[in-house]
Design a protein. Sequence first.
Length: 163
Amino acid sequence: MKYLLVLLVTVLSFSNAQSQALPPYKQYKTLPAVRLFSADSTGWELKTRVQKNKPVMIMAFSPECDHCKHETEELIKNIDKFKDIQIVMISLLPLKNMAAFAAHYQLQKYPNIVIGKDNAFVTPSYYGFSSLPFHAFYNSNKQLISGFEGSMSVATILKIFGK
């Protein structure tokens, strides 16, 4: 009986430690409560800015990251394939860097792309990423499909959304 109790405590401790090791986005499976800032310093809440009934791709990026630049170029080249997907690009670098990136790629031309800076650094702790780009994919009900750290091809991204 004593061994059974020790085994039970060990199993419960291990399962609790595993759930604590998961980043919050994998535990809660919803969009984070984060306030982002546009290039003009206008603040907005992510959850209220995303369009209803549209799947969402969150892309954490750095304006200085070559992989992020390449992936942005590929997204723009294939933007017609993403017309039914909202893309939210989130940067942690200063607004001027993000604004220059947005201007260079003319992101304002694409109604399904929004870009914002996370001043409070909520996204790295929520998503638990350590390298960029980082992607989180949500269905039209804003429930997590999956997350991925690193570069992704357009075909792979579309496949996640069932396209």
